[in-house]
Design a protein. Structure first.
Lengths: 183, 197
């Protein structure tokens, strides 16, 4: 049996219209939420663990050629944005097909790839490149996850070896060069 | 039925109750028909405002160019002709070719060769406003696709493949800038433009 004050309180709530009771409940939830929420530390940084930038250039060239056309990843709105000679340029004074890919564009491509899924990237790199399919970048290229551009990479082909070898820390330059021959 | 005024009023009141469901259904049918006839585009605009905005951004027709294969040169054809409307025909690939860079003169009679990833080749010929097209019912390429433009013994291969966009002007807008290759042209230097077919 409930105590008298609780019994009265419940009876009082029941007197209120349903909509008012709902608003009161939502307001209570919001108030609790604000009370519990803590402001994030604006100085906090998440370290990105990724393969070496110095060995990324051949991989960048492959990504520019195969993925970076203006109608695909050579667009500013892409999560994976690829810049370079064959597509979107970093410098507003450059044009597609104009000057060669710049060092800044290669670095931007590195940032794009490394920061796409930083936690997963760190795990793959930490495991020496094992199970690279954990990365959406790899799955979409291989076509094992829905990709508007289709399945462009076959597991084990020169394109796949170019990317996965870089993830493993030993970029296969020959594979990356051969990957440029893919139309 | 009582012929008196009171009886008539009573009958009318009764008739409203009797025929209300039919009357209501009739209104619904008329409204639905009007919606189907005249409000479809409005409904589609609401359902896909991105597409509606893209169509609106193309602006009005170019003065002097009638609707048809010669209209709107240089614009992204598949914005309207991709099956979402308002263009009636659905294209798989379409675009405009200009003589030189900068692109001001349309190139009529050029051959645009399309080679898709399956190795299938299709050749289109540009019309008097430089436009060329192929309908989806005729061919849909397997992407990526390679493109070459030829005229008067001169050919130019597209630098990159086409990843998935069948409208040339999706990427080839004028002027050329960081995010655009500029209009499609045969030769960069007007001095190199071939004389004769």
């Amino acid at each position: 049996m409930t105590s008298a004050p609780v019994h009265v309180w419940r009876a009082g709530l029941r007197c209120l219209p349903g909509g008012v009771r709902l608003l009161l409940g939502m307001g209570a939830l919001v108030a609790v939420g604000f009370a519990c929420a803590a402001s994030p530390d604006s100085n906090a940084r998440v370290p990105i663990v990724a393969p070496d930038l110095g060995s990324f250039q051949p991989v960048s060239a492959f990504l520019e050629h195969r993925c970076g056309s203006l109608d695909c990843h050579g667009q500013v709105g892409r999560n994976l944005r690829v810049l370079g000679h064959e597509g979107l340029r970093l410098d507003p004074n450059d044009v597609p097909g104009g000057s060669p890919t710049t060092a800044a564009e290669i670095e931007a491509n590195y940032g794009s790839v490394a920061s796409l899924e930083p936690e997963v990237m760190a795990a793959v790199v930490g495991d020496g490149g094992a199970h690279p399919e954990r990365l959406t970048l790899v799955r979409k290229g291989r076509g094992t996850e829905h990709h508007k551009g289709g399945a462009l990479v076959v597991v084990g082909d020169v394109q796949d070896r170019c990317l996965t070898s870089w993830l493993a820390g030993t970029t296969d330059g020959a594979a990356c060069a051969a990957a440029l021959d893919t139309p | 039925m009582n012929p008196t005024a009171g009886g008539a009023a009573s009958f009318l009141r009764g008739s409203r109750r009797r025929f209300a469901p039919v009357h209501g259904f009739g209104i619904l049918a008329v409204v639905s028909g009007l919606a189907a006839l005249g409000a479809c585009s409005a409904v589609e605009d609401v359902l896909d405002p991105v597409h509606a905005d893209a169509v609106a951004a193309l602006g009005p027709e170019v003065f002097g160019l009638p609707k048809g294969p010669t209209h709107r040169p240089g614009q992204p054809c598949l914005t309207c002709h991709s099956g979402q409307g308002p263009g009636k025909s659905e294209f798989s690939v379409a675009g405009t070719v200009y003589k030189t860079k900068p692109a001001t003169e349309w190139l009529e009679g050029a051959t645009v060769s399309l080679t898709d990833a399956a190795g299938t080749i299709r050749q289109l010929t540009t019309n008097q406003t430089g436009n060329c097209l192929i309908k989806k019912s005729e061919w849909t390429p397997v992407y990526p696709m390679r493109v070459k433009v030829s005229f008067g013994g001169v050919s130019i291969d597209m630098l990159t493949h086409v990843g998935r966009a069948g409208a040339c002007a999706d990427c080839h807008t004028d002027p050329a800038r960081a995010a655009s290759a500029g209009h499609v042209y045969l030769v960069a230097d007007p001095a190199n433009f071939p004389v004769g077919p």
